[in-house]
Design a protein around this ligand. Structure first.
Ligand SMILES: Cc1cc2nc3c(=O)[nH]c(=O)nc-3n(C[C@H](O)[C@H](O)[C@H](O)COP(=O)(O)OP(=O)(O)OC[C@H]3O[C@@H](n4cnc5c(N)ncnc54)[C@H](O)[C@@H]3O)c2cc1C
Length: 500
């Protein structure tokens, strides 16, 4: 039986990101993916938010995405524009880029790393025991792994076979979504009526002065809110009927490359870990696409899990470290579900909801609310509860321009290899991580600018910070001592010899 340290079921955005993280940490990882190639029928997600771009920047691959997409510095919540352009991040924007391109670029990156692929095969079942998991593939083959990661989407076989509950809410609304050709030029843009919101746009577009400008030709992307929650797979004839019901014409719709449906079904796995089985991305949480968050949270799950799983598999960290994955990401996922449910509720087409939306819009006019909501919608306010202390503790490390003895460098450049980093911003040479030196890099650096966090504002400059591979701050302090020793032990495993 072929063995790998980790088998990932599903090579969508979450599985690809997780594979990249594990490979960077030297873990023997394999992806089993049902699709024969990375090609994706239908474009699904429309882009990347600020924090996701930062995460990709932490691995040195953000430019690959930025080179192909369209930058826009305004997001929205319930139709209210949220301007992010004044936020303290190197990427104060979202990037418009369809999911098929995001997956292609991610897969190219993973292809440069030592990751095994089993394409055109499905995980059909598994059995875990004390030392590992036997993973059954379609075609009769089996793989043996120390851990199995279920990144196999909302209908996750891994989640179901593990018996992990998926509580939540059934759909209240659905929309047909399609990519088609049209004989006549349709009316592009958003339309509201008694059914709700509908949208027509060309797949190819540019953003000029903050406005979407569609290409003159090419496939049309259709989104039509349905009168009743749809259940079966829609056909071209269903789409034509729905277009006529909303626009009075189907614009000569033909040659669909994708017709599908999404709903606002909202569910979250009761646990993200069952022994040697872990869930991430849509396998762990599903919700409406309102707010455009699903792919972002999948990538963030993967980056939270990757270095922890690598520490355990590489034998440096205790397996209890994996419990922090659920402890950190489950509450973040629960908040995401709440926000998307609110989003859906606020687009209901009735006058009371209009009144509520207008009221929310007024609340969001105040600068503090705008900052809080914008930070949330762009993923910049994620805070893992690592206890009391400096505001940086548990939050994302800003990408500062540092000066080191080796020259100027950005913080995120120092995270490219996905290794922990102790950044000493005080007197050089104060820190010696001794027994952790094989795992934790110490960098002496100077930074003279202000420290500003999204939604929080300016914070006191720390003398030193311990940064996890996912870019979150694990310790803030000035001197080596028991607190630093605890943080190093908790996150990166017990030292082989004496503590620092
Ligand atoms: C219409 C629509 C619009 C959206 N818009 C946005 C948006 O604007 N922004 C955003 O962030 N998100 C958006 N999303 C959500 C986003 O598409 C998902 O959250 C994202 O794809 C989740 O990634 P994933 O890798 O977790 O799961 P998936 O993308 O579902 O990937 C799972 C992979 O696992 C494979 N697989 C499944 N079962 C098995 C098996 N048994 N064995 C092997 N392989 C298997 C599948 O082939 C697939 O490749 C949208 C979704 C929809 C439907």
């Amino acid at each position: 039986m072929t063995e790998h340290a980790v088998v990932i079921a599903g090579g969508g955005p979450t599985g690809l990101m997780l594979a990249g993280e594990l490979a960077l940490a030297g873990v023997d990882v394999a992806i089993v993916e049902r699709r024969k190639s990375q090609d994706l029928p239908g474009s699904r997600a429309g882009g990347l938010h600020s924090r996701t771009i930062e995460i990709l920047d932490q691995r040195g691959i953000a430019d690959r995405f930025l080179a192909e997409g369209q930058v826009v510095s305004v997001g929205q919540f319930a139709g209210v524009a949220l301007d992010i352009s004044d936020f303290p991040t190197r990427h104060p924007y979202s990037l418009g880029l369809w999911q098929n391109h995001i997956e292609r670029i991610l897969a190219d990156w993973v292809g440069e790393l030592p990751v095994s692929f089993y394409r055109g095969r499905e995980v059909t079942g598994f059995e875990q025991d004390d030392t590992g998991v036997d993973v059954e593939l379609s075609g009769g083959e089996s793989l043996r792994a120390q851990y199995l990661a279920g990144c196999d989407g909302g209908r996750s076989l891994v989640r179901k076979a593990a018996g992990i509950e998926f509580p939540g809410w059934d759909p209240t609304t659905s929309a047909m979504i399609a990519e088609v050709e049209m004989a006549e030029e349709p009316e592009f843009g958003i339309r509201h009526d008694a059914r709700g919101m509908h949208a027509l746009g060309r797949e190819e577009y540019e953003i000029r002065d903050g406005e979407v400008v569609y290409a003159d030709s090419g496939p049309v992307r259709v989104m039509l809110t349905e009168e009743h929650v749809g259940t079966s797979e829609p056909t071209l004839s269903d789409l034509s009927d729905a277009l006529i019901a909303v626009y009075g014409t189907d614009y000569g719709v033909h040659s669909p490359t994708w017709i599908s449906r999404f709903t606002d079904m909202t569910r979250q796995a009761a646990t993200y870990r069952d022994g040697r089985v872990l869930l991430a991305g849509d396998a762990a949480h599903v919700h409406s696409p309102d707010g455009a968050q699903g792919l972002q949270y999948g990538v963030q799950d993967a980056v939270n899990l990757g270095w922890k799983l690598a520490g355990v598999v590489n034998g440096t960290a205790p397996e209890t470290l994996l419990d922090t994955y659920h402890a950190e990401r489950h509450p973040v996922g629960a908040r995401l579900l709440r926000t998307t449910m609110a989003h859906v509720a606020l687009r209901r087409p009735d006058e009371r909801t209009d009144a509520l939306r207008e009221t929310i819009a007024e609340v969001l006019m105040t600068d503090e609310s705008r900052r809080n909501f914008t930070a949330m919608m762009f993923g910049l306010d994620i805070h893992y509860d690592l206890g009391e202390g400096h505001p940086l503790l548990g939050r994302r490390m800003p990408d500062l321009d540092l000066v080191t003895p080796d020259g100027p460098v950005r913080v995120y450049t120092l995270l490219h290899d996905a290794r922990p980093l102790l950044l000493n911003l005080g007197e050089p040479g104060r820190f010696d991580v001794g027994p952790w030196a094989d795992r934790v890099r110490v960098i002496d650096a100077e930074y003279s600018g202000t420290w500003e966090l999204p939604a929080i504002g300016e914070v006191t400059a720390p003398a030193a910070v311990l940064i996890r591979p996912d870019g979150h701050v694990a310790w803030v302090g000035a001197i080596a001592g028991p607190q630093l020793t605890d943080a190093l032990t908790n996150w990166f495993g017990a030292p082989a010899a004496a503590a620092c």
